[in-house]
Design a protein around this ligand. Structure first.
Ligand code: CP
Ligand code: NVA
Length: 309
């Protein structure tokens, strides 16, 4: 596989091998100090980032390579330069590209026109690097993946929800989504169906509830994401807050999950919106372990796509 675009297109072996490599790289970073010596990663950003930008850049440094931050707002892309020409030019300079673009179709076009690997570092439809890191984090906490239940509550017409459904389906994690019954906030049916097909092959289920308590009951992992994703205009805050408040992760909601349950959020998190401060800063929260693992998994993804394991 040349690129990492959607987790729909990978298989169980890909997911498990990346997680295993990420865990090894976390434990034995010295074994990889020169793994990407003299290699360059181009990081194209159309949206903001803390974790993705810094972890990819640090990851390249730690493996002896180099990363270039390329901000679309200061580039000719979209005005004087096409995606196709950007791909065909960049591949003459660098060995790998990661792109955080507004539209998945643009990321796909970049990948189709570049001979080198392209990684979707968040688009409207996917966030594969995040979910591979989430699965690494869950594996570290529970010692297994298969058979666990993850409840995702909140805004669910959402890149993180889609990649979670695909990624969990590959490794046999049951997914229970809790969201308003409203096209603006519920997952697109075609993605639910795709994920169900993958899940069925791995003995797990994908279910959508329109009640947070039903989704969270007896879950091992409770996961939420921003109600104000990067592309949502600020003036929609109040209306989204009203619609999504029944899905806020509170301590009372966490009580419905298993006593051993963990709380996850890909971050950035807004206290008082998708979860209370008590939850995200509380003892069940593993959000910073999750954030740390972006570094390890991204390093593993790059080695995988460059054919190094
Ligand atoms: N979780 C995540 O992708 O964070 P950033 O937007 O900071 O990269
Ligand atoms: N759904 C969020 C994820 C941020 C990492 C967004 O698109 O902004």
């Amino acid at each position: 596989m040349k690129d990492l675009l959607s987790l729909k297109d990978v298989n169980k072996e890909f997911v498990l091998s990346v997680i295993e490599k990420a865990i090894d790289m976390k434990q034995n970073p010295d074994n990889y100090r020169t793994a990407l010596k003299d290699k360059t990663l181009l990081m194209i950003f159309e949206k903001p980032s803390l974790r993705t930008r810094v972890s990819f850049e640090v990851g390249m440094t730690q493996m002896g390579g180099h990363a270039i931050y390329y901000d679309v707002s200061t580039s000719p892309l979209g005005r004087k330069e096409t995606i196709e020409d950007t791909a065909k030019t960049s591949e003459r300079y660098v060995e790998i590209i990661m792109a955080r673009l507004n539209h998945f179709s643009d990321c796909k076009a970049l990948a189709e026109n570049a001979k080198i690997p392209v990684i979707d570092a968040l688009s409207d439809m996917n966030h594969p690097c995040q979910i591979l890191c989430d699965l690494q984090t869950i594996k570290e906490k529970f010692g297994k993946l298969n058979g666990l239940t993850l409840a995702y509550v909140g805004d669910s017409e959402n890149n993180v929800t889609y990649s979670l459904m695909h990624g969990c389906a590959h490794v046999g994690i049951n997914v229970r989504v809790g969201c308003p019954n409203d096209p603006e906030h519920k997952p697109k049916q075609e993605i639910v169906e795709e994920a169900k097909l993958i899940a069925a092959q791995n003995g797990s289920t994908i279910e959508v509830f329109h009640n947070a308590a039903d989704a969270v009951k007896d879950a091992d992992v409770v996961y939420t994401d921003s109600w104000m994703s990067y592309h949502i205009p600020v003036d929609q805050m109040e209306v989204r807050k009203q619609k999504l408040m029944p899905y806020q992760v509170t301590s009372a909601l966490m009580q419905l999950a298993k006593p051993t349950a963990v709380f996850m959020n890909c971050l950035p998190a807004m206290r008082g919106l998708e979860q209370t401060a008590e939850v995200v800063d509380g003892p069940q929260s593993i959000v910073f372990d999750q954030a740390e693992n972006r570094l390890h998994v991204q390093k593993a993804i790059m080695l995988k796509l460059l054919g190094m394991f």
